[in-house]
Design a protein around this ligand. Structure first.
Ligand code: FE2
Ligand code: FE2
Length: 280
């Protein structure tokens, strides 16, 4: 069974909204059960984890942190006055968008492997590239980028923020769709010798554009969302994103797409992370 699929099935049929409302003991995971119950013990077991567990987590209803605010924790401690109260692990819209960028990044790595093989004179992995481009089309271009264009960019522009950057990002979305359409056409069947050069150029151009694109969104655009979207709307936006995710991708949602990417990586032999660890 795929690792991702196994992880996704750890809570079968449980929507993320409900998962977020699980008691804190479950949200912490078995390894941290003790840590959650006893912060002092946790500090002894793993200082870094314990610091995170003891840090008040900003929820979507928390005002935007200043530069001096401690890094957010994934675990929200329950108020001392309400022992046993259900704790929530907030999944914010930026987190949603960033993990979708993780899918994009993994397809970029698939594209890189395709370019490497073509440049080395090996057979074009047309089926893998076609499947990767299909995920870019359905998950990134028709879903992720639509969320950005509908819910993120307009709010920033309306607030007078990042007005130079947003048009560039929108143009790159459009150019990316042109490249994806060409990659899909070029890989629908075994790639001819004469099409190899054009395919390589399109794959490389896509990677070249989207690496800085997603990095800029992660570090500048998504953090700015907190400054222009009121806390209550922030929470509602998280719900909107989740509903749209499951409407488009079924019960498996994001985890299902991650499983598809992992399958493509396996066919190319680039799934096992150990191979990328340098021998130093
Ligand atoms: Fe984007
Ligand atoms: Fe994005």
């Amino acid at each position: 069974m795929r690792d991702e699929a196994r992880e996704a099935r750890a809570t079968p049929g449980l929507p993320r909204r409900e998962l977020l409302s699980l008691p804190a003991a479950l949200a912490c995971g078995s390894a941290l059960l003790t840590a959650c119950a006893d912060p002092d013990q946790a500090r002894g077991a793993d200082p870094d984890q314990a610091r995170g567990a003891a840090t008040p987590a900003p929820s979507a209803a928390t005002p935007a942190p200043s530069a001096a605010t401690p890094a957010p924790s994934a675990v929200t401690p329950a108020p001392a006055s309400s022992p046993g109260a259900v704790r929530e692990v907030p999944v914010t819209p930026p987190e949603d968008l960033m993990r979708e960028h993780g899918v994009l990044k993994r397809v970029l790595l698939i594209y890189r492997e395709g370019v490497r093989r073509i440049d080395a004179g090996e057979q074009v992995p047309a089926a893998a590239l076609h499947a990767g481009a299909g995920i870019i089309s359905t998950f990134i271009e028709q879903y992720h980028e639509r969320l950005e264009e509908r819910y993120v960019f307009p709010r920033l522009v309306k607030a007078g923020k990042l007005t130079d950057l947003v048009p560039v990002l929108v143009l790159q979305h459009q150019r990316g769709r042109v490249l994806t359409a060409r990659i899909l056409r070029a890989t629908v069947r075994p790639t001819s010798q004469q099409a190899r050069r054009g395919l390589t150029a399109d794959l490389a151009a896509f990677v070249r554009m989207y690496e800085p694109h997603e990095a800029r969104e992660d570090t500048v655009v998504f953090p700015a969302m907190r400054e222009v979207i009121p806390p209550k709307e922030f929470t509602e936006l998280a719900e909107t994103f989740e509903e749209e995710e499951h409407r488009r991708f079924g019960a498996a949602g994001f985890e299902g797409v991650v499983g598809q990417v992992a399958d493509i990586e396996r066919t190319l032999g680039i799934y096992d992370l150990n191979q990328f660890t340098p021998r130093v």
